[in-house]
Design a protein around this ligand. Structure first.
Ligand SMILES: [Zn+2]
Ligand SMILES: [Zn+2]
Length: 78
């Protein structure tokens, strides 16, 4: 489940096209790389606070208090 602000498909397609068109990789290899990069990018946007695990955009100015109802997190943890 990915946040709306993070356009997963756009990033994914962009990476696949880059590796196929510019690096001349096979479709399988390009898809494999795109999956790894998208997964890593998504992880970066999730709060590592054990009781939170919400996305960056749920936090005020991306680093402070989480706005999700019932969430007690007050600092985005990277
Ligand atoms: Zn939270
Ligand atoms: Zn948090």
């Amino acid at each position: 489940m990915l946040e709306k602000q993070f356009n997963h498909n756009l990033l994914y397609n962009g990476i696949v096209h880059f590796y196929i068109d510019k690096k001349l990789y096979s479709k399988e290899k390009a898809n494999f790389i795109a999956q790894a990069i998208v997964k890593k990018e998504a992880q970066k946007r999730i709060c590592k606070n054990k009781t939170c695990k919400h996305f960056t955009h749920n936090h005020i100015r991306n680093t402070e208090t989480c706005l999700v109802v019932d969430c007690k997190c007050n600092q985005f943890t990277k």
